[in-house]
Design a protein around this ligand. Structure first.
Ligand code: UD1
Length: 352
């Protein structure tokens, strides 16, 4: 298939690119090489025959041109991470939401009906929780005074008992807890509107915590695995926030790339139009402390330090069932945690 891949020079996008090329697709890349992800003097490192349109996804003319002859779009271009605070909002909304709106408008004009969208588990906010007394309950946003007192676990809104975390499914209510998360949800909502109005098909891949080779280095926009890896490279101990027992689903980037290829194939056989969300996780929840410990061991660096520090925008636990992706996309993660982390420990990072 002839595919436009946005963000194809980035961390996840570059792996998606390799995977799509291996599967025999013809791929054009649209990527502006954001300095936050690529470093200040970025130069693209794409396979030789891949055409790169080095323009912003908000640039309607560039997007229209990039769409010529294309049958499907795989949209990875985004500003990611928690950022530095409320001052980042215009950039997140601009790149993620205005960018997606421009892309969708141009797809409608060009008659391109298939979209794979990089979404995120951050749309859920907190993961799924149950109370011994009240069953499944939503975890309210954590209060600064609780976090300051070291009370990290969410409590039942009815009886204040500590909750037990579980696996979230795609049917869970959405409840973004930071600006970035709000923009990822808006991307899904815009894509759903586009699908309804144009008869398009969207696979929204809700990535869990992606790690692996070419992850951007330590910046306010980087994921925790890259931050730990960068610290260890400097000979410093990884600094683990809260008590280190917050749970995530760390999924290796090669598995995420294969999920994109599977989702692209799914868009050709999906019946009807509309958006379908898929969790993309390894299925094997770990704690942030596990990631720090495993990386430190693999690198032979100093043991992690648990600091008790916290960030208000962070959720406590979020891990999900990827059963729908297994059943409908025919995809499942293959890389075991220990193998993925060992590979990541010695892999090249990007930017910096
Ligand atoms: C991450 C990504 C997000 C992506 C999502 C799903 C970032 C910043 N976040 O969200 O873009 O959509 O996965 O793929 O890329 N922590 C530490 N020490 C640190 C930094 C963080 O212990 O130095 C802890 C945090 O408190 C948090 C956990 O690590 O509990 C994960 O943080 P992080 O990777 O930043 O964000 P996620 O919300 O999991």
């Amino acid at each position: 298939m002839r595919v436009l891949l946005t963000g194809g020079a980035g961390f996840i996008g570059s792996h998606v690119l390799e995977c799509l090329l291996d599967a025999g697709h013809e791929v054009r890349v649209l990527d502006v090489l954001l300095p936050a992800a690529h470093g200040p003097a970025a130069s693209p490192r794409l396979p030789r025959d891949v055409e790169l349109v080095r323009r912003d996804v908000r640039d309607a003319d560039a997007v229209a041109q990039a769409l010529s002859g294309v049958e499907a779009v795989v949209h990875q271009a985004a500003m990611v991470g928690l950022g530095t605070g409320i001052g980042d909002l215009p950039d997140y909304v601009g790149v993620n939401d205005l960018g997606t709106a421009v892309l969708l408008t141009q797809m409608a004009r060009s008659g391109v009906h298939r979209l794979v969208l990089a979404s995120s588990m951050v749309v859920y906010g907190e993961g799924r929780y149950s109370c011994a007394e009240h069953g499944d309950v939503p975890a309210p946003p954590r209060r600064p005074e609780d976090l300051e007192a070291g009370r990290f676990e969410p409590c039942c809104p009815q009886c204040a008992r500590e909750l037990t975390p579980g696996l979230v499914s795609e049917e869970a209510p959405v409840d973004p807890r930071n600006g970035y998360a709000a923009t990822k949800l808006a991307q899904e909502q815009l894509a759903a509107v586009w699908a309804r109005e144009t008869g398009g098909v969207v696979a929204a891949l809700r990535y869990h915590n992606v790690y692996g080779p070419r992850m951007p280095r330590d910046t306010p926009y980087a994921g925790v695995a890259a931050i730990f890896r960068s610290a260890l490279e400097r000979g410093e101990a990884p600094r683990v926030f809260e008590d280190g027992r917050q749970r995530r689903d760390f999924v290796e980037v090669g598995d995420v790339a294969r999920a994109n290829e599977a989702a692209l194939a799914w868009t050709t056989r999906a019946s009807g139009s509309g958006l379908r969300a898929f969790n993309i996780g390894s299925g094997s929840p770990r704690t942030v402390g596990d990631m720090a410990g495993e990386l430190a061991r693999a690198i032979g660096g100093p043991a992690p330090v648990v600091t008790g520090a916290f960030r208000l925008g962070d959720v406590r636990h979020v891990t999900a069932s990827s059963a729908r992706a297994v059943a409908e996309l025919g995809w499942s993660a293959r890389v075991p945690f220990a193998d993925g982390v060992s590979r990541f420990a010695v892999a090249a990072l990007r930017g910096g």
